[in-house]
Design a binder for this molecule. Sequence first.
Ligand code: ARG
Length: 261
Amino acid sequence: MKKLLCLIISIMMLIGLVGCGQSKDNTQANGENAAQSDGGEKKVIVMGTNAEFPPFEYREGDEVLGFDVEIAKKVAEKLGMELQIEDMMFDGLIPALQAGKIDFIAAGMSVTEERKQNVDFSNGYYEASQVIIVTKDNDTIKGPEDLKNKKIGVQLGTTGDTEAQNIEGAEVVQFNAGFAAIMDLQNGKVDAVVLDSEPAKNFAAQNDQIKILDVELTQEEYAIAVKKGNTELVDAINSVLEEMKNSGEYDELVKKYFTAE
Ligand code: ARG
């Protein structure tokens, strides 16, 4: 009886092991597929982003443009590859990277301890913070302490989302885009929006009914994420960032995209 049980368990373990082996192989194969050859000539490298985040990434017609796109183009250029951009939900980016559907994430993504468990980050390329946006006529919300028990709009899966969840008694309303949160703020459906500083400035510059409070809720750093263990790509990205800083190209980009300063 014992022997039989042993045998059954061994067989189950064997199946389990084989199963794991296979799934591992698949992920690796998928990882290579993301950077595949495009009809023979140049190989394609795929950037994943969420183009709802001006000036880092936004849509103009069919095109995705922005600060992050320019950096990504440099990375592709350095590798002699053609850049392809996949625009998707922000909270789908890390799963897509892990599944090998994209090669890197350039999406104003802040480095966090939690994300570091699942992806590898390049060196930081931009310092940012979370800010509070309210309507111009609002004189009751003056800082984070006034957000208690309030309805707060955020973009799903962002650090602003996490930050808002930590506010006592707050009801957090998650949107697929920061812009949608701002719309609901204007319509009085939420009391405040917590968003990254640069996109907040961008939205405020185009909307005279909203204002940004003069408090920074967090200190964050944006970096480009690659699949865990992809040191080759992360090294290439880091050298591109370094080169762009040394050559003055980085400052040019800042001037081009952050004119609101
Ligand atoms: N910096 C924030 C975060 O990492 C928000 C990024 C949102 N980016 C975007 N492309 N929608 O969570």
